[in-house]
Design a protein around this ligand. Structure first.
Ligand code: NOJ
Length: 495
């Protein structure tokens, strides 16, 4: 560095210091508007996502709606669980949550300002069938009717999930929830009813959100817990697993029977993502084998109609009881597969044993976002859809969730500069772009989440939103990441 350059550099720093550092910060994330400047890299210089790529955001009913006692809604296992002392980290519950039930119009405007083309939300089963089965609540779908009309009036395409974990409490009390075959049957009746009523406007339906999460964490022996918070034996747990995927298959059939022609249906599963630790042909193959085996109780049986030999051998005498007909139902053909991808669950290398793969242990200092399970590994967003397409020849894939929890802190003006969320998203989207550029058929991406919301057992304190929510005033404020995402959408590329 020349002396004159050094002098200029110090002079500049001194001037900045005199201004006070706060003067150097942008005033508001809204200043970071999508720009049409010609100086930006053109789509030629920076390859983009496929034309018509469906950018969206995602939420779920219990996490945002509130209004838990309104218009005849029945109680769900999450109302019970969240009101059980000691279950929710910050002692919150979702009785009010984001009050979206009353503020949905404002929330649709948040989506519009982002420029999203689609929105994934869920329908609360206990609003529609307060007891889980029987006579539908006459007001049960009114809210979703209003929401759909509002979305369509704003040119946002609705994608509805039928089950995002809010099981009617009555079904839990009556026969142990998903422990009984009656629950998948009741779910199919509910799915058929919704399909009949809403498929004039909803063209894409997800059956169940993350079977594996609500089963393993709700019924299994895990440190992270979800409602109903049971710790069942392996035998009973295997039966719950089976009933969950059976529920998916029965719902697919019910939607086909009752929905309008052209309705598309599929799961939204949190695929166990296996990433080759180092990209060699052997490790890539090992990651494919691992993906098939480690999704054995969920995606694999849904897409193949059989439990793998390794799955059955591992379960042994505790294997689920099922019929050949069950397997046909579970693997009823789907139109697309949705996957929720947050982390690489496993880094994999090849092994010369009967499994053909080995899992690499994570070092203690491996980076996490603000959830103890949310390991950072952007390449997951390449390998998850790539393996899904490769192993099962899936032709239409949606990333139904991806996002980051952050200990967001607003500044004195209430603005959140969430550079860490932007860092996470930019890196993950770079790998998604690799996937679409190589022809992996990912059609859309739903960022979790439109706004901060009730993060299950973590309560309201752990935030995933593009918008900060003040739960006292219900004010929503765009974070810096909202500007980032708006720019991504506007340019259909990673920015
Ligand atoms: C998956 C779940 O579907 C969603 O409800 C949850 O909030 C996010 N992951 C983040 O944990």
């Amino acid at each position: 560095m020349s002396p004159s350059h050094t002098r200029r550099h110090f002079a500049k720093l001194a001037a900045q210091a005199a201004l006070g550092i706060s003067a150097l910060l942008i005033e508001n994330p809204a200043q970071a508007r999508p720009t049409k400047s010609k100086r930006l890299p053109s789509s030629k210089a920076s390859p983009g996502f496929p034309k018509g790529f469906l950018w969206g955001t995602a939420t779920s009913a219990y996490q945002i709606e509130g209004a838990v006692k309104e218009d005849g809604r029945g109680q769900s296992i999450w109302d019970t669980y969240a009101h059980t002392p000691g279950k929710i980290k910050d002692n919150s519950n979702a009785d009010r949550a984001n009050d979206h039930y009353h503020r949905y119009k404002e929330d649709v405007q948040l989506m519009k300002a982002l420029g999203v083309k689609s929105y994934r939300f869920s329908i609360a089963w206990p609003r529609v069938f307060p007891q889980g089965t029987g006579t539908p609540n006459p007001k049960g779908l009114d809210f979703y009717d209003r929401l759909l009309d509002e979305l369509l009036a704003n040119s946002i395409e609705p994608f509805a999930t039928l089950y995002h974990w809010d099981l009617p409490q009555e079904l839990q009390d009556r026969h142990g929830g998903w422990e009984s075959r009656d629950t998948p049957k009741a779910f199919a009746d509910y799915a058929g009813y919704v399909a009949q009523r809403l498929t004039d406007r909803v063209k894409h339906i997800f059956t169940i959100n993350e079977c594996s999460a609500f089963v393993e964490l709700g019924y299994g022996n895990n440190s992270i817990e979800l409602a109903p918070g049971l710790k069942l034996s392996q035998r009973r747990l295997n039966q719950v697993r089976h009933h969950a995927v059976l529920g998916h298959g029965l719902a697919v059939q019910a939607i086909r029977a009752s929905g309008r022609a052209g309705t598309k249906v599929g799961p939204a599963e949190n695929i166990t993502t296996c990433v080759p630790a180092i990209e060699t042909p052997e490790n890539i193959r090992a990651a494919e084998i691992a993906t098939r085996e480690l999704n054995g109780g969920y995606l694999t049986v849904m897409l193949e109609g059989k439990y793998t030999d390794a799955f059955l051998a591992y379960a042994g005498a505790d294997a689920p009881k099922y019929t050949a007909e069950d397997l046909k139902v579970i693997s009823a053909p789907v139109d697309f597969v949705g996957i929720n991808v947050y982390s690489p669950q496993h880094y994999v290398v090849s092994a010369d044993d009967t499994h053909g793969f080995a899992l690499v242990p994570f070092p203690p200092s491996y980076p996490l976002m603000n959830s103890n399970w949310l390991k950072v590994g952007p390449e997951a967003l390449y390998w998850a859809p790539r393996n899904l397409a490769k192993i099962w020849n899936v032709k239409e894939i949606y990333i139904t969730e991806n996002g980051a929890s952050i200990a967001d802190v607003p500044d004195a003006k209430g603005i959140v500069y969430d550079l860490d969320r932007i860092m996470y998203l930019r890196n993950y989207l770079t790998h998604l772009l690799r996937a679409t550029s190589e022809g992996v058929p990912v059609r859309g991406y739903f960022l979790w989440s439109l706004m901060d919301n009730f993060e299950w057992s973590d309560g309201l304190a752990n935030r995933f939103g593009l918008h900060w929510v003040d739960y006292d005033t219900q004010r929503r404020t765009p974070k810096l990441s909202a500007s980032f995402y708006r720019e991504v959408i506007a340019r259909n590329s990673v920015v």
